[in-house]
Write a new protein. Structure first.
Lengths: 130, 402
């Protein structure tokens, strides 16, 4: 089986793909990128926490016009995963306001971005309707 | 508390396409006209603060001096995203307040006509060949379009949609936001300096090119060229000037700049709400006025979806009630709190670094009673607001001389 890499380092692959955040051990603030110190309390220690795969769509837009090379239309959104906000696309849905609704329940889903010249497969993520 | 600071002279160029002028020409046009409006010269200036975001490293301040007067004064070249103009003005105000000089000049200029979609870097074609992690997220591919959107119309669409979700809105979101744009385009018909001055019907707005739902093209700020400049003066110096200069001077009752405090989700979607509310609170307190006292407001409608949330953030309405406030007609030019009578960024245009001073120019124009056909009668107090993503928020409250 070809080697797999996640699109970003906060996506953990395996049998049960999920997102991982760096959580400040002092105040509990969560970040997806590495932080030198916590933006909320300036604490310097973090631990990795696994995020819920379930969420609620809190905001979205349907992008019809994007930079060259970005396929449109696509649905971009903010998903509240049990109190942690996650940015991601809403996938496996018709990209129109009749199907995409504020407050809809969604869950994490992964998909292939294709393989590179070395045969490595990149895996992306999005949120699909429950 | 330091003495009051006043705007002695102010000018904005026509916003639109200026193919025959470069940024220095536009900045010089605005600066010289602001000096003329103030009845002073470069020799009177003790400080110059200038911004040109798209060429932030070029030193627009010094470039401008070479066209209008190299007097050796300190120059501050500022960059603060879409709040660059307000930051330049605030820098000049701070220098005067600190007592370092008694007059200063602030200038903002941008050449943006035809710039297209802002915020999107596009995809590197070669990123499909080898998946290698880059940057703080270890991304193996461009994330724009794969993990949400980085384009401004999409980011601000989500800002507006998030507000509706938070406040349990159950109506037709697309039409609601399009109606805000309809208002601003109607207002622009009275502003000869606006980039676009055409009335647009609700149908025309909703059936125009979709950029990022619910924002169609006329619901997005117009990329264009333009410049604006202001001369500020200390209270003590103003008292020594001619009666006519004193009569037209506009008091800066509050000058505030904030950045966004950390909140959950601010790493996901820029939070333009809290820093605006914080700036507004400080501004009302500093000026000793309340939102009900405002005769007009120029706020940062970079997209129709953004205008709505700022009604609430600037406390023009009760918390959570931006929709009924708008639907009451309050923000039309004949309403209780006219908002963006200039036409706003959606029609007047948004030459980034000029915007934060042009908004102030609009308010001053009304307070001086010089706004012609679009004059808000008897205007005495106004507020100007800008947001730069990242984020920075500038709020100024201006008052007519007593």
């Amino acid at each position: 089986m070809a080697e797999q890499v996640p699109i970003v380092n906060y996506l953990a692959l395996g049998d049960d793909p999920h997102l991982v955040a760096h959580e400040c051990t002092s105040c509990g603030a969560r970040f997806f990128d590495r932080r030198n110190a916590c933006a909320s309390c300036s604490g310097r220690d973090f631990r990795d926490v696994e995020l819920s795969r379930q969420g609620e769509l809190r905001a979205f837009t349907i992008v019809a016009f994007a930079a060259p090379g970005v396929p449109v239309p696509f649905v971009a959104g903010v998903v509240d995963c049990d109190g942690t906000s996650v940015r991601g696309n809403v996938i496996n849905i018709e990209p129109d306001p009749e199907h995409v609704k504020l407050g809809m329940k969604v869950k994490l889903a992964t998909y292939s971005l294709g393989t590179d010249d070395n045969g490595t497969e990149a895996i992306g993520f999005g949120f699909e309707p429950v | 508390m330091a003495d009051d600071v006043w705007i002695l002279g102010i000018h904005m160029t026509k916003f639109g396409k200026h193919p025959d002028k470069d940024t220095v020409d536009l900045a010089a046009e605005a600066a010289l006209a602001a000096l003329d409006d103030a009845g002073v010269t470069m020799k009177d200036m003790g400080v110059l603060a200038a911004g040109n975001l798209m060429a932030a490293s070029a030193g627009i301040g010094q470039q401008l001096q070479k066209q209008v007067g190299q007097t050796g004064i300190p120059v501050y070249n500022v960059a603060n995203a879409c709040a660059t103009g307000a930051t330049a003005l605030r820098t000049a105000i701070m220098a005067v307040k600190a007592g370092e000089c008694d007059m200063g000049l602030a200038v903002g200029v941008e050449k943006l006509a035809g710039a297209g979609l802002l915020g999107a870097g596009g995809r590197n074609k070669s990123d499909e060949h080898k998946w290698e992690p880059h940057g703080r997220y270890g991304a193996v591919a461009t994330v724009d379009g794969r993990i949400g959107t980085e384009t401004m119309p999409g980011v601000f669409a989500q800002v507006g949609m998030e507000y509706l979700h938070r406040n349990q809105y159950e109506g037709t979101e697309f039409e609601l936001f399009a109606r805000i744009s309809e208002k601003n385009h109607m207002h622009s018909t009275l502003n000869p300096l606006a980039a676009y001055t055409k009335k647009m019907s609700l149908d025309e707005i909703m059936n125009d090119v979709m950029i990022a739902y619910p924002n169609t093209r006329p619901m997005c700020s117009a990329n264009c060229d333009g410049a604006a400049a202001a001369v500020v003066v200390s209270d003590a110096k103003l008292k020594t000037l001619d009666p006519d200069q004193r009569r037209r001077a506009i008091k800066v009752s509050a000058s505030i700049l904030t950045s966004d405090p950390w909140e959950e989700a601010c790493q996901i979607l820029p939070n333009v709400n809290t820093l605006t509310r914080n700036a507004a609170k400080q501004a009302y307190e500093q000026a000793g006025v309340s939102p009900e006292d405002l005769d007009l407001v120029e706020l940062h409608d970079c997209f129709a979806t953004a205008e709505l949330v700022h009604y609430d953030n600037l406390m023009l309405c009760k918390p959570g009630e931006a929709v009924p406030f708008f639907e009451s007609g309050a923000t039309w030019r004949d309403g209780k709190t006219p908002v963006n009578v200039s036409g706003g960024l959606e029609s007047k245009g948004h030459p980034i670094a000029a915007t934060g001073i042009a908004n102030i120019w609009e308010v001053c124009h009304h307070l001086r009673g010089e706004a012609g056909d679009r004059q808000i009668q008897g205007a005495k107090v106004g507020l100007a607001h800008v947001i730069g993503l990242g984020s920075a928020c500038g709020v100024h409250i201006l008052e007519k001389a007593a």
